[in-house]
Structures are given as C-alpha cells and as structure tokens.
Design a protein around this ligand. Structure first.
Ligand SMILES: Cc1cc2nc3c(=O)[nH]c(=O)nc-3n(C[C@H](O)[C@H](O)[C@H](O)COP(=O)(O)OP(=O)(O)OC[C@H]3O[C@@H](n4cnc5c(N)ncnc54)[C@H](O)[C@@H]3O)c2cc1C
Length: 419
C-alpha cells in the first residue's frame, strides 16, 4: 500500500517474472519507450539451461545469474524491484506482494515460469532434488559433494544416484554426473571410489529424448551407456525414499541421491489467479498471447500453453519463452498506440541436448537438420554461450568449459546448504 502511494499512479505495464519471457518482454517494451515495472522474487535473471552444470560444479553461479539492475541499467523506462508476488487479480490487473503491497497495472504480463511436477509420487517432493532454480542447483551440488565426501570415508559399498526423467534436463544431468565420476572423482578422490559410483536414468517412456528423432535417441542411448549410465526406460517411479526409489515393475534401486527432472506444472500464483487452467495447470492463452476472458492481461513462457500459427501446442522451451516475450511486447505496444494485435508466430530453431564431453545431439530448424557428436557438442556450446545474458557471464562460462572439458577440473566450488 505504501508503495502504491509512493508511486502515486498506475504502472503502464507490470511484468511479473524475469525469466526468458518476462525479461525479453520488459527489455523490448523499455526500448519502445513504454514504462515497465519488472518484479521478480530474485534480484537476478537465472539461465536455467545451465543449472545442471552448476549442480555438477562445471560452472559457477555467477556465470548463469545476472543482476537485473545491471541488465536494465541503460533501459531507464524499466524499473526493477525484488519481491515475491503472492497474488494477482486479473480482473483488476493488480498484483500483491507478500509484503502486502498492491500495485496496479494498465497491462499485466504474467511470466512466472513453472514449478516441478512430482505427479503425486510418494516421497518425491520430500526426498528428490528438483533442478529449476539457482537455489535448487546449489542445494543439489552441495549434497552431491557431501555424498562423495562421506562415501570416500567408507571402505566399501556402492554409491548410486538416480535421475528421474529422460528428457533433455535428465539426460544432461545424468551425463554430467557420469562424467564427473569418470574424470573428477577418479582424479580428485580415488579410482576406487569412482568404481563404486553408479548413475541410473529412469523414465516411464520407452526412450530417452522422447521428442527427438530415433537417430538422436539411439546415439544418446549409446553415449550414455558408454559413460556408464544405467538406463531403466519404459518404467515409472512409484516411490522415492531417502535410501532409494521403487519402480512400477517392483524393482528397487538403492540410491543416496535422487534428481527429479520428471516434469513441470504451473505454480500456485497461476492456480489461484482465477484464470481457467489447461494442460499442466498452464493458461491456454489466445493466439495473440492474451489471457482469455479478461482485458489487458498477457501470460507468456512456461506459465502458458502457447500455440503456433498452425494451432499446434509449443513446448516449454527458452526459445518459445523468449520469442513470446518479444511478441507480447509488440502487441502491448500496438494496444497502447491503437494498433492491432497479431497472432504469435514462432520461429522454430529446433532443439539440442548435451550428453557429455564431445557428445551432443542437435536437430536444427524446421527441417530438423541432424547433428551428433563433436559438431553438435560445439554447436551446443556456441548456442548456449550466445544465449547467456552478459559479457562477463559468457567469459566465465567459456573459461569454466575450457577448464572442465580440457583439464577435467571441477571448475567451481558449489556453495549451498547440504541436505
Ligand atoms: C534444467 C533446465 C534446463 C533447460 N534447458 C533448456 C535448453 O537447453 N533449451 C531451452 O530452450 N530451454 C531449456 N529449458 C527450458 C527453459 O529454461 C524454460 O522454458 C524457460 O526458462 C521459461 O522461461 P520463463 O520466463 O517462462 O520462466 P522462468 O525462466 O522459469 O522464469 C520465471 C521467473 O519468474 C520468477 N517468479 C516465479 N514466481 C514468482 C513470484 N510469485 N513472484 C515473483 N517472481 C516470480 C522466477 O524467480 C523466475 O525468475 C530448461 C529448463 C530447465 C529447468
């Protein structure tokens, strides 16, 4: 309340969430001369695609988290504030922070991303580590370090780790864990401890990287097997315990660390917004990215079910979020200037996944030009370097990769509260 009276007026646009979608929308609007208040629970933008590298000590937090005030220092039209938004009223276009401040917008952009979906699997929320934020990544990383330290003090016994979810996040995490064992544990702990470590990858669908071509899937399976990942495909996880997981076919995998990369859903802010929820609890937005049944509200990124010009649902990807952010900004600019909103058109650049050193798969563009191996690996590094926000962040990532991939050193100490 105090904040409203200090600001005295309604904000032209309030953007909630500074991930790929909200950040891009705010930048674009600011550059077009629109006044924006950008609110995020964190004071930084986090680059989710590299969270697994933070968790496995390949790069540091400072390479993937960039202060929002630094990003917007030259875009004066955008004011940044750090606050957790506790509620939105889409009819009134207000947001209420958990400090109790209520802020009014002429146009509201909801870009709050998603939260892990544990699909009501018993024990998963309590005992598995999700990987969706910097906090998640540092928690996982410090627990992994502690597990290896503990195991190093023990004379024998296997050290099993389970990754649930065979999509890109799960594959990249399992690959990074296996390579950590092969190179870092062998070199910095002992070859004996490395021999005792095992990484399991579990998914209820029959193949890894379900949305990729069968050629990419075969390559990924072979590469993961070569670096020692044990795959349990076509069987779901029915329970997660502190000492392991149970699969639907009755198999028990003893495990001292479980990573959950099993799916996403919209969070509570969306669930309590009063907007009708579609698949994954997300909002089925109209083709122009506005929320149905209300005026002046856009929902973009992972919080929305977005369709392309053919009506097909688009996946929850950084590229979709980024392009939707830019498109929403254009439509808001058109709203303000009496123009006409346009239906979102997605430029499909394809997708890629890293498996490990020198190994990745990429399917580029609408035609899905397929790359595997070192060419895909270099493409993956270059694309992620280009996408990272900030020159310093790019330099840090590049040096960490050179350090990790050439001399196999853990580039970073992960700081976080161990579980
Ligand atoms: C581990 C991982 C790897 C991935 N790899 C890739 C990849 O290689 N390529 C790719 O294209 N995509 C990848 N993705 C997907 C991509 O990161 C997401 O699609 C994208 O980040 C979605 O952007 P967003 O802006 O909708 O949400 P997010 O990036 O999640 O941003 C949401 C923002 O909202 C803020 N927020 C949430 N709730 C509140 C609240 N109540 N109050 C205030 N602020 C709030 C959060 O702090 C966050 O900053 C990956 C995702 C993960 C998790």
């Amino acid at each position: 309340m105090e904040y409203v009276s200090r600001m005295e007026d309604t904000h032209q646009v309030i953007v909630v969430g500074a991930g790929f979608a909200g950040l891009t929308a705010a930048k674009e609007l600011g550059r077009k001369g629109v006044d924006v208040l950008l609110i995020d629970a964190n004071s930084y933008h986090q680059f989710q695609p590299l969270l697994y590298q933070v968790a496995t000590s390949q790069i540091g937090v400072s390479a993937i988290a960039r202060p929002l005030r630094s990003i917007f220092r030259r875009i004066r039209r955008v004011k940044v504030t750090t606050a957790n938004v506790a509620a939105v009223d889409v009819a009134k276009r207000t947001v209420t922070t958990d400090d109790g401040d209520t802020l009014q917008a002429q146009t509201l952009v909801i870009a709050v991303g998603a939260v892990p979906n544990f699909f009501n699997t018993p024990g998963a929320e309590e005992h598995a580590f999700p990987l969706y934020s910097v906090t998640d990544a540092t928690r996982l990383g410090s627990s992994l370090t502690r597990l290896l330290d503990q195991a190093d003090r023990e004379p024998s016994g296997s050290v099993d780790m389970v990754v649930v979810g065979g999509g890109p996040t799960g594959v990249e995490t399992a690959g990074a864990l296996a390579e950590n064992i092969k190179f870092v544990v062998t070199k910095f702990f002992s070859p004996e401890l490395a021999d005792r470590c095992r990484v399991h990858l579990v998914d209820m669908v029959p193949s890894v990287l379900n949305t990729f071509s069968s050629k990419s899937q075969d390559y990924t399976r072979r590469r993961l097997a070569r670096i020692g990942v044990q795959m349990h495909m076509g069987v779901g996880v029915t329970e997660v315990r502190p000492d392991g997981v149970t699969l639907a076919d009755g198999t028990d995998i003893p495990s001292r660390l479980v990573v959950w990369a099993g799916g996403l859903k919209a969070g509570n802010l969306i669930a309590n917004s009063g907007l009708a929820q579609g698949k994954g609890g997300r909002i089925d937005v109209r083709p122009d990215l506005t929320a149905p049944d209300v005026d002046g509200v856009y929902v973009i990124g992972d919080a929305a079910n977005i369709t392309d010009s053919t009506g097909a649902k688009l996946p929850q990807l950084g590229s979709v979020a980024q392009q939707a952010g830019k498109w929403a900004a254009r439509n808001i600019h058109a709203d303000i200037n009496g123009g006409t909103r346009q239906a979102f058109h997605y430029f499909d650049k394809g997708y890629m996944a890293m498996i490990g050193r020198g190994a990745a798969v990429a399917e580029i563009g609408r035609k899905r030009i397929q790359l595997q191996g070192s060419l895909a690996f270099v493409s993956w590094l270059l694309v992620h370097l280009a996408l990272l926000s900030g020159f310093q962040q790019k330099v840090r990532a590049l040096f960490s990769w050179l350090n990790g991939y050439i001399i196999h050193s853990p580039a970073q100490v992960v700081v976080g509260a161990p579980e």
